[in-house]
Design a protein around this ligand. Structure first.
Ligand code: NA7
Length: 545
């Protein structure tokens, strides 16, 4: 069934977003379930994160062969990745291919931002209003808004209006690119975006100045290790690879080795770290000892190892001192994967400004003034991150039952049950919403979309009008989420993972940091057990017992 959305503004499901989450939601809910689905996408094309983040060097920092959809064996066999860590353009091409292959675009209204969504209790409908003032009603409201891209964060710096040069945020790099030849570029921020772009900018620009507030741990990607033979092997073993991902701690096709870093000799430990360091990627963090992210003494061994690696690379002692992360443990912030990041500081055309020693005073007409003086810049890149997870939701005026605004419900930090729903917002489903597992996001998005699709089918079969979590189930889940956060290294540093990166933002637990495989089982078990922890309201005209 295909609705003409111009004349029929009432649909079964409204989806927001056309990234990994939204695209699969449209496919599963329409192509498989036969529901009448309308998706809204603010951009003019699909891709989400992989459409927005076009900065030089932008690429996936987990491997493409499992950072992709698993739902169709044919798609897995036909798509050819060109390397281990796909660049932005390759991931965008993949998602465009998916949109074409499953004929998804005709269900997506592009260049349209959802401005408001309000639950109308008398009709049990969500009323969705776009930025153009159009209104659509839907029985189910599904958010695939992503965690980051939409809600970019640019700090307020005195004198910004005085700056006469060009500036960009990492996630809004112009599609036509920027000719960096002969340019003096300043990069503010050394998270994943800054660390990926700095080596690439350094090769293109006349000079790069990096403004660093917090030194980072980073692991070499070693992109070059992927070969055609490797991908042939992957394709032969895809079923086993996905089975391993679904049961693993992070949604990845490997596990930690099951022992504590403190149970083995120093020589054995260092050999393990060295082997994984040479292999590259985040397997170094999650594929070695079982307790690196939860035991500070075990973590100390790996933090020391990485500091030693950085020390071996960076030539200038003052620069090295600023680059060494000593105030927070490895894995207390999201793990960063790089290509020649630390090596780049040995180049003549790269300078590091340590903002802890010489903070920014203001932006000037010519560049940035720190307490050490003015740095002249033709282009300033804000690689300063995002109002993560809740930001994309708060961009929309969402109102649930009894006039409850989402901004009120989450004023003290997001509250949700399994990252799928939140109390007070019936029939609103979140794909990887707050408190869902993190790690391999496409896999988690598939888990959620499948759960939502099954749930909608069950509601129809049971003659139920709506579903939302019980207060008790949500509170218990929030306690579990807090418990997992507090035992994790994440609790030992400020970052976007706990809301600390945005001035004035409520600190909260944005993700469930426990084991992905166990999370997956919990999510599927709630459905198997008749939606345990959820309240189903019977249809008014057909009350059920
Ligand atoms: P992140 O990881 O949030 O990094 C933002 C960076 O910007 C980080 O180094 C911040 O320093 C820095 N920052 C933020 N505000 C300022 C100010 N006012 N002055 C100087 N430096 C500042 O964002 P990314 O885009 O790199 O990565 C986000 C995610 O995308 C990443 O985790 C992956 O999942 C992909 P700080 O460290 O807070 O001192």
């Amino acid at each position: 069934m295909t609705a003409d959305h111009n004349t029929n503004p009432d649909v079964d499901v409204v989806v927001i977003g056309a990234g990994f989450s939204g695209l699969y939601a449209v496919h599963r809910l329409h192509n498989v379930e036969g529901l009448n689905v309308l998706a809204f996408e603010a951009s003019d094309t699909v891709g989400g994160t992989w459409n927005y983040n076009r900065y030089p060097g932008a690429r996936c920092d987990t491997e493409g062969y499992y950072y992709c959809y698993s739902f169709d064996r044919e798609l897995l066999q036909e798509w050819e990745w060109t390397g281990k860590y796909p660049e932005q353009a390759e991931l965008l091409a993949y998602l465009e291919h998916v949109a074409s292959r499953y004929d998804l675009r005709r269900h997506i209204r592009f260049n349209t931002r959802v401005a408001a969504a309000r639950y109308d209790a008398p009709t049990s409908r969500w009323i969705i209003t776009t930025d153009a003032g159009q209104t659509v009603t839907a029985r189910y409201f599904v958010t695939g808004v992503g965690h980051l891209s939409i809600a970019r964060y640019i700090p307020e710096i005195e004198g910004m209006a005085d700056y006469a040069g060009e500036w960009q945020h990492s996630s809004r790099w112009p599609r036509e690119g920027i000719d960096l030849t002969g340019k003096r570029v300043g990069v503010i921020g050394t998270g994943s975006s800054g660390v990926q772009m700095i080596p690439v900018l350094a090769k293109q620009a006349e000079h790069v100045t990096v403004f660093q507030r917090t030194p980072q741990y980073s692991i070499p990607a070693r992109h070059e290790t992927a070969t055609p033979a490797f991908f042939a092997e992957v394709k032969r073993h895809y079923d086993e690879i996905w089975a391993a991902c679904r049961q693993s701690a992070g949604g990845f096709p490997w596990q930690h080795n099951g022992i504590s870093a403190l149970e083995v000799s120093e020589a054995e430990r260092l050999a393990t770290y060295e082997r994984l360091w040479q292999e590259g990627g985040i397997k170094f963090a999650f594929g070695s000892y079982k307790d690196l992210s939860i035991n500070i003494a075990a973590n100390q061994t790996v933090s020391d190892f990485i500091r030693a690696k950085i020390s071996q690379v960076v030539d200038d002692p003052e620069t090295l001192a600023s680059l060494l992360p000593t105030d927070h443990p490895f894995m207390s912030r999201r793990t960063i994967v790089d290509t020649e990041y630390f090596e780049t500081y040995n180049r003549d055309n790269v300078a590091l400004v340590d903002l802890r020693k010489t903070p920014v005073v203001r932006m000037t007409k010519r560049g940035i003034e720190t307490t050490a003086g003015e740095v002249g810049l033709d282009l300033i890149v804000f690689a300063t991150g995002f109002d993560a997870v809740t930001g994309p939701f708060f961009n929309i005026d969402i109102e649930g039952r009894d006039g409850l605004k989402l901004t009120q419900a989450w004023a003290g930090g997001p509250q949700a049950y399994l990252g799928l729903q939140t109390v007070g917002f019936p029939n609103m489903f979140m794909i990887t919403g707050p408190t869902s597992a993190t790690g391999n996001l496409p896999l988690n998005a598939e888990l959620h979309v499948d759960w939502i699709a099954d749930c909608i089918a069950q509601l129809d079969e049971a003659g139920a009008e709506s579903i939302e979590p019980s207060d008790q189930a949500q509170q218990e889940w929030m306690r579990e989420v807090a418990r997992m956060s507090e035992r994790s290294m994440i609790s030992r540093a400020d970052s976007w993972f706990n809301g600390a990166n945005i001035p004035g933002k409520a600190h909260g637990h944005l993700f469930y940091l426990g084991h992905f495989g166990r999370y997956r089982t919990t999510v599927t078990d709630t459905a198997r057990d008749g939606y345990r922890g959820f309240v189903l309201s019977p249809r008014r005209e057909q009350p059920t017992a």
